[in-house]
Design a protein around this ligand. Structure first.
Ligand SMILES: [Zn+2]
Ligand SMILES: [Zn+2]
Length: 240
């Protein structure tokens, strides 16, 4: 299928989209270094940690439903602007540069080596039709090049039945309750899920409620473990 956006992307001159350096990849080495997200993160939710403990206070209090969670960068400048272009301005080509940073994140290689199946957080059919692509699936396809050979990828293991309601004002339990029924396993993919360690991929993790709801649906369908890998993680207020 001819995809004009991809042709356009490939024809763009090599300019760093952050500092304007030329010739360059989409984000030049200096900008990638300057805005790199390498910092200690909670093993359960990838929130930045100020202390040397493996888990954040929230995950210590109530263990996250994710076996492991890896994020490449903080949801902050310049990545937040680039993510907006990736999602809302029809620039799916950002999946490549973002996926390369995800593969470089600490613990990424170790987590990928333990997974059996990599799946995107799905969009509703209406949202997918409107956007034309699922940014999480674009990330999975870009990540595929860095995956161990025996790890499967599949776009439609989970289906999204509903949009995520606005969650920001709700407590963690209320958010999860609010998300019940948002995701369901695809009936023809159950054999892939059963007993598998499934890795959920998304572009941004904010409260974690969406990933947690997706993880819950996978566990109910028989997944042995569910982990997550995201490009950017927002910092909870107490860790910013
Ligand atoms: Zn630059
Ligand atoms: Zn945590």
């Amino acid at each position: 299928m001819f995809t004009p956006w991809r042709a356009l992307w490939n024809s763009l001159p090599g300019i760093c989209q952050v500092c304007g350096a030329w010739p360059s990849s989409a984000v030049c080495g200096a900008c990638a270094e300057r805005f790199q997200g390498e910092r200690q993160r909670c093993a359960g939710c990838a929130a930045p940690l100020l202390t040397g403990t493996p888990l954040c206070g929230a995950c210590l209090k109530q263990p996250a439903p994710l076996q492991a969670c890896v994020a490449a960068v903080d949801y902050a400048y310049p990545w937040n602007d680039l993510i907006a272009r990736f999602k809302f301005r029809n620039e799916p080509g950002w999946a490549g540069p973002f996926a390369r940073r995800m593969l470089c994140a600490p613990q990424a290689a170790e987590l990928l080596s333990r997974c059996d199946l990599v799946v995107p957080v799905p969009l509703t059919p209406a949202r997918l039709a409107h956007r034309g692509y699922n940014q999480a699936w674009e990330l999975v396809k870009a990540l595929r090049r860095g995956l161990p050979h025996d790890v499967a990828v599949q776009a439609d293991v989970l289906v999204r039945l509903l949009e995520t309601p606005d969650q920001h004002s709700l407590a963690r339990e209320q958010r999860l309750q609010n998300l019940q029924g948002v995701f369901a396993p695809h009936p023809q993919r159950l054999h892939l899920i059963e007993q598998a360690h499934v890795l959920l991929v998304d572009d941004v993790m904010t409260t974690g409620a969406t990933l947690h709801a997706a993880a819950h649906a996978l566990r109910q369908a028989g997944a042995a473990q569910v982990s997550a890998m995201v490009f950017a993680r927002t910092a909870p207020p107490n860790t910013a």
